[in-house]
Every structure is written in C-alpha cells, then in structure tokens.
Design a protein. Structure first.
Length: 208
C-alpha cells in the first residue's frame, strides 16, 4: 500500500469514527440537547452524495467512509427524532433523496463544481449547529469528541485530496474544516462559561 493510499484510508476511517462518537454520546447520556437536527439531515445528504462520488470515481476509500458515515448520521437522526417525537419519514426521506439526486448529477459536472455543491449543505449544517450552540439552554447532548474527530477528518481529507489531485474534496475539506473550528470554539466557550445561551425569542425577529 502506498503512502497516499494509507492516508486515504486513514481519512476514510476518521469520518465514521467522528459520527459514531456522537452516536455513542447519545446512547450513553440519553439526551440530544444542543444538537441541530437540520445539521445531521444535511450531513446525511452530504454522505450520500460523496458515497455516490466514490462509486463514480472508483475510489473505495470514499465509498467506504461515506457509507458508514451515512449510517452513523441515520442512527443519530433516528435517536433524535424519537426523543423529540418527530415523524420518521419527514426527517429521513428528504436528506437521502437530495443526496441521491446530487450523486446522479456528479458524472455530468466538473469536479470542483460538484465539491462546491456538496460543500454548501455541509457548511450550512455547521452554521445551524453553531446557532444551536449559541441558542440552546443545554448543550450536553453534543459530543466534544465528535467535533475534534470531525476536524481531524477534514484535515486528513484535505491533505489527501491535494496529493491525489481531487479538487472536489480539497474545496469541501478545507472549507468544512474552518466551520468545524468555529463550532469547536463555540462549544469550548459554552462549556467554559465564557459564552451564555441566547435562546431565540420573538423579540429577536423584530430586531432583524
């Protein structure tokens, strides 16, 4: 196995491990406080789309990591929708369908454009998670290990993609990594008591 292949598989393993760390956190603590449901829906879309990108490009590391990541996202969503008493299909169907549509478009798009298309929901999801970290009264449902491992994952994918000359993953990995750093900082500020919760109120809407 070449160094590039080994790095690719290391990146492939880090993504599912990050998602599974959040799943384990929910199973252990029995709570989803502070988790953004919309973020995990968007992450399921992204994982589905990247799994199809792996199929289209014949790269086993991309296929494997994103199939397992999609499973992790699915299970986190399942536990969250059960705790919050939301409809199963209303939560699960849209992200899977959107990911499949994007994956089917992949062969007809320039690689960089495909990366940007999947970058949008990935970053949007992290923005929603950042808002949840700011607004939620309690964030103990968020796994700090998920944030740390997710950042590690994005760094590994960015380095691998630069060596493998895959611009789609270079764009996605580097931009997503910046968004994860912001979330990790917000989490640390909340848990350290430096930043207090700012729950959403109707008055906020009037303020714009």
């Amino acid at each position: 196995m070449t160094g590039l292949a080994a790095l690719g598989w290391l990146a492939a393993v880090s993504g599912p491990v990050a998602n599974l760390s959040q799943l384990w956190h929910i199973l252990r603590h029995r709570r989803t406080d502070g988790l953004s449901l919309l973020m995990w829906q968007l992450l399921l879309t992204v994982a589905t789309g990247w799994a199809m990108h792996g199929l289209n490009t014949g790269r086993a590391n991309i296929i494997a990591t994103n199939l397992v990541s999609a499973l992790g996202c699915f299970l986190v969503l399942w536990l969250t929708q059960r705790e919050r008493h939301l409809g199963f299909w209303r939560v699960m169907a849209p992200p899977v369908a959107l990911g499949l549509v994007v994956g089917l478009l992949d062969p007809h798009l320039p690689p960089a454009l495909f990366g940007l298309i999947l970058l949008a929901p990935a970053v949007a999801g992290l923005v929603f998670q950042a808002l949840a970290l700011i607004r939620s009264d309690d964030i103990r449902g968020v796994s700090p290990w998920n944030l740390v491992l997710n950042l590690t994952c994005q760094v590994l994918w960015t380095v691998w993609s630069l060596m493998a000359h895959d611009p789609a993953i270079t764009w996605a990995g580097s931009c997503t990594g910046v968004a994860v750093i912001i979330n990790l900082t917000l989490y640390g500020l909340r848990r350290g008591g430096v930043l207090r919760a700012r729950p959403y109120r109707l008055a906020d809407r009037a303020d714009g």
